[in-house]
Design a protein around this ligand. Structure first.
Ligand SMILES: Cc1cc2nc3c(=O)[nH]c(=O)nc-3n(C[C@H](O)[C@H](O)[C@H](O)COP(=O)(O)O)c2cc1C
Length: 229
């Protein structure tokens, strides 16, 4: 699977087969997480692998009652141990960098899982105190997200992607350039735009062709009649 296919095809999976995950695959996913960039290369992310069914069930109830989580064979709770990050970078390190470091690790793991035919979902809605108590997470460490992992038992609906031209500015926030679709090689969008722009001319051209065809058919019919006589 090419890396761009992985980016485009990965979707959140919330229904899992009751099939265990091979340890080798889990290990590759965790390695992918550890390869993530981090501010000052401090690698302050920590991963708690939760595989005990009773723990997973309890956690599901404390994720704002998202009970589908209970069916995931494995959870990875991604935590930020931001002590060093704060020491090096102050409040910005604690509040921003450590969160971003974890987010990069989470994304790496999700993409790795997809490449290994596994499904994941990033869960951000959970009772932080419960997660900390249940998993003996120290006071200074903050759980950032729970990643559910398992073999998918659903095919998610098609996802609409925001057009790149809505997301991208050039040189200043809000600054767009004309025909950005061509520049970004979004040719289908560009063709769509051109068709819309030229719609009146296309309609007029179509009417002219229709008229000409009608005339040609009439002439052909009359010639045929003459031949029959
Ligand atoms: C920070 C964050 C928190 C999220 N929290 C939840 C969550 O609590 N429950 C859930 O089902 N999905 C959660 N998601 C998944 C998003 O709903 C999902 O990524 C989004 O709908 C796009 O769909 P896709 O992942 O299939 O591309 C979260 C995603 C992010 C990035």
């Amino acid at each position: 699977m090419n890396v761009f296919d992985v980016f485009q095809q990965r979707r959140s999976i919330r229904k899992y087969l009751q099939k265990p995950i091979e340890f080798d695959k889990l290990s590759l996913i965790l390695q992918a997480g550890s390869f993530a960039p981090s501010a000052g290369n401090l690698q302050d992310y920590r991963f708690i692998v939760v595989s005990k069914k009773s723990l997973i069930k309890g956690i599901a109830a404390e994720c704002t009652e998202q009970y589908w989580i209970a069916e995931a064979p494995v959870l990875i709770v991604v935590c930020a141990d931001a002590e060093m990050t704060e020491r090096y970078y102050g409040l910005r390190g604690q509040r921003l960098y450590s969160v971003q470091n974890c987010a990069a690790a989470i994304q790496n793991m999700m993409l790795a899982a997809h490449a290994l035919d596994l499904g994941t979902c990033w869960v951000g809605s959970f009772n932080e105190d419960y997660i900390k108590d249940t998993l003996s997470i120290p006071e200074k460490v903050r759980p950032q997200a729970i990643l559910t992992i398992g073999y998918p038992d659903e095919v998610p609906s098609e996802k609409e992607f925001e057009p790149l031209e809505h997301l991208i500015y050039f040189n200043a926030y809000g600054s767009k350039i004309e025909n950005v679709g061509t520049l970004l090689k979004e040719y289908s969008k560009e063709v769509e735009r051109l068709i819309k722009e030229k719609e009146p001319e296309i309609r007029e051209g179509t009417e002219k062709i229709k008229h000409k065809l009608k005339h040609a058919f009439r002439e052909a019919r009359e010639s045929l009649k003459k031949l029959k006589k």
